[in-house]
Design a binder for this molecule. Structure first.
Ligand SMILES: Cc1cc2nc3c(=O)[nH]c(=O)nc-3n(C[C@H](O)[C@H](O)[C@H](O)COP(=O)(O)OP(=O)(O)OC[C@H]3O[C@@H](n4cnc5c(N)ncnc54)[C@H](O)[C@@H]3O)c2cc1C
Length: 460
């Protein structure tokens, strides 16, 4: 009779009680059960070092680690960057538009007190199709779309359209929470290789140590080692664009309004931050983006002021200017036996709709829920049957958003008169139809569809 193995009888421990496992693998006995659950054979094997090993302590990986640890799992989180390096203002200049459902996830994990002082409510989004470079101020006759938090206030209990949060504050809050949790953090350390055996994922670190767990998660971004080791291909292409990102101080209050301008070089976004500041995401051809980044401050300032027009008054760049080359990348699968992918290791998309990280957070919430529920049922969390549940849950959302942002990027990064006329008409139609506008707002809020419990604000 076929035997199934219970090599990792991981049980859910009460939150906070997850034992930190020793990093030197010890030897213990494991029990094989036959299909009726009777002991069948004993053999010696290495104890797992963790229930789950996560490669990559970016925002998606760290959030997943915290969610699993809060539910009592032993988690090892690995990243080549020391957390302190991630907190430096020069590490990540981006601010992310965080859907209100994603914010609920962090609230449920206990990060709200740390994050709320830095979270700027987005009350209104104005999308304008402007074909002339310059003046981000609305011009008569330009096509526009307007989304207002008030319109959906009754359905979302007064939550805004989303929040703008500087990534450095999110990273700092996650780092503090991870330090105070039972997560075993190995940083600076990198995942050098992963081998998938029938009973375990074996993760080789940069220093040669080998750790094992029933499940290895790839959260290490686009060049994911876990994805490659699991034999999962990725498809995608580079955009001829790069995003120039800077923080500016505004002369006049922004009142929680986010502006997105579609210009021929690509979208130009002015995203409201706390303390009367804004984050600029200025998409340009790669050559122009490099020139802008390296330009003398006064030249850059003059360009910026031309784009801005008058409506927010004088804008002054604060801190460094960053550039990010843009590309689309989509993993062909989200899991393989003993491997799962979350965040940019599964899907890297254009920031045109501010959804990349939101997708990664949804992945983290869905995977954590699938794993915790499987453990409660006594299932093997690294088995294909369990991980397929996660893949089925997230696949459609990820592929649809990657495709939609790709189409949007092409549609809105051209000065072709016909395309402009069609997209202008489309925007005017959506703008006039209340239900269509509300649909887009609820989509952007991330609170539609089959939501993981953490995104509904419920603990696992
Ligand atoms: C200009 C711009 C603006 C954006 N704006 C928004 C927005 O408004 N809203 C939004 O939702 N999204 C936005 N995004 C997308 C968002 O920034 C990304 O989707 C998100 O940062 C990805 O996070 P991640 O944790 O999945 O991956 P990453 O941030 O890539 O983290 C990967 C981590 O893995 C580590 N790592 C790498 N190799 C290894 C290894 N071998 N072993 C272990 N660890 C390893 C890295 O050090 C890193 O810490 C934007 C993107 C850009 C470029």
């Amino acid at each position: 009779m076929a035997a199934h193995t219970h090599e990792y009888p991981a049980t859910i421990r009460p939150p906070g009680a997850a034992a930190k496992r020793k990093m030197d693998a010890t030897v213990h006995f494991s029990m094989r059960l036959d299909l009726c659950g009777r002991p069948r054979a004993y053999r010696r094997m290495s104890a797992p070092d963790a229930d789950v090993i996560i490669a990559g302590a970016g925002i998606a990986g760290a959030t997943l680690a915290l969610a699993l640890s809060r539910a009592g799992l032993a988690v090892t989180l690995i990243d080549p960057q020391p957390f302190e390096a991630q907190l430096a203002p020069t590490f990540d200049g981006r601010a992310s538009a965080i859907a209100f459902a994603s914010f609920r996830l962090w609230r449920t994990l206990g990060l709200a007190l740390d994050l709320e002082p830095h979270a700027q409510r987005i009350e209104q989004i104005l999308v304008t199709d402007g074909h002339t470079p310059g003046a981000a101020a609305p011009r008569p006759g330009s096509a526009y779309l307007r989304f207002d938090a008030e319109e959906i206030a009754d359905r979302v209990e007064g939550e805004p359209l989303g929040y703008l949060l500087e990534n450095r504050h999110t990273r700092a809050a996650l780092a503090r929470a991870i330090a105070a949790s039972d997560v075993t953090l190995l940083a600076p350390e990198r995942v050098a290789a992963v081998a998938f055996e029938p009973g375990a994922a074996k993760v080789t670190l940069g220093d040669g140590r080998v750790l094992s767990a029933p499940l290895a998660v790839g959260a290490e971004g686009r060049a994911s080692i876990v994805r490659q080791a699991a034999g999962i291909n990725a498809i995608g292409w580079d955009y001829p664009q790069a995003a120039v990102v800077a923080t500016v101080r505004l002369e006049r209050p922004h009142e929680g309004v986010a502006h997105e301008y579609f210009l021929p070089g690509g979208p130009f976004a002015i995203l409201p931050l706390t303390e009367q500041r804004a984050s600029l995401v200025w998409t340009e051809s790669r050559a122009r983006a490099a020139a802008l980044k390296d330009a003398r401050p006064e030249v850059r300032h003059a360009h910026l002021q031309r784009r801005f027009g008058e409506f927010v008054g004088e804008a002054t760049i604060e801190g460094p200017v960053f550039t990010y080359p843009l590309a689309l990348q989509l993993a062909e699968r989200l899991c393989a036996p003993r491997a799962a992918l979350v965040g940019d290791s599964a899907h890297g998309i254009h920031p045109i709709a501010g959804q990349g990280l939101n997708l990664g957070l949804k992945d983290a919430a869905a995977l954590a829920e699938v794993i915790v529920d499987a453990l409660r049922l006594g299932e093997d969390i690294g088995s294909e049957a369990v991980l397929e549940r996660y893949a089925r849950w997230r696949r459609f959302d990820n592929v649809m958003l990657a495709a939609a942002t790709d189409v949007f990027t092409r549609l809105f990064s051209t000065d072709n008169a016909v395309v402009r006329a069609v997209r202008g008409a489309g925007m005017a139609v959506v703008n006039r139809i209340g239900p269509a506008r509300r649909f887009f707002m609820e989509e952007a809020g991330g609170a539609v569809g089959d939501l993981p419990r953490l995104l509904r604000g419920e603990a696992l």
